[in-house]
Design a protein around this ligand. Structure first.
Ligand code: ZN
Length: 143
């Protein structure tokens, strides 16, 4: 099986599919100079802070496919504005996911880094993490 340079984890929100796809293509061509894979997961990697079914599925996918099968060494997290997973967790009383328009990007940055530590510690062959943030207008920026 072919190796891949990175596992890119965007959220499942269909409003961002085209932006996520374009970002994956850009990263593959301009940053990693090789193939990447992109299993979407609700809330991107942030579900790892909750430890729910999304988290278990994401960890299984990263472990079995990205690490064992494709030997990736890079993790790319793409969080996004207006995330329904964040809204649902906040409604369930998890303050780590509560956002306002003023704090939203910072909350995503904090959670993405905390959740990525879980991935990097569990899979030590992944040694690099990149953080991106998709806006509702389709643009993607550093997180
Ligand atoms: Zn989302």
């Amino acid at each position: 099986m072919a190796n891949a340079k990175a596992v890119i984890v965007p959220c499942v929100d269909p409003r961002f599919y085209h932006a996520h796809y374009a970002e994956g293509k850009r990263l593959s061509e301009e940053v990693f100079n090789g193939p990447v894979e992109a299993p979407a997961s609700a809330g991107s990697v942030s579900s790892l802070l909750v430890g729910d079914d999304f988290a278990r599925g994401l960890l299984a996918n990263i472990g079995v496919v990205a690490v064992d099968l494709h030997h990736v060494t890079n993790l790319v997290v793409i969080e996004h504005e207006g995330c329904g997973y964040y809204e649902a967790q906040a409604e369930n009383g998890d303050e780590r996911f509560a956002v306002t328009p003023e704090t939203e990007k910072d909350v995503h940055a904090r959670n993405a880094r905390a959740a990525s530590k879980i991935v990097l510690e569990k899979f030590p062959t992944i040694t690099n993490a990149i953080f991106r943030y998709a806006r509702l207008d389709g643009t993607i920026e550093d997180l």
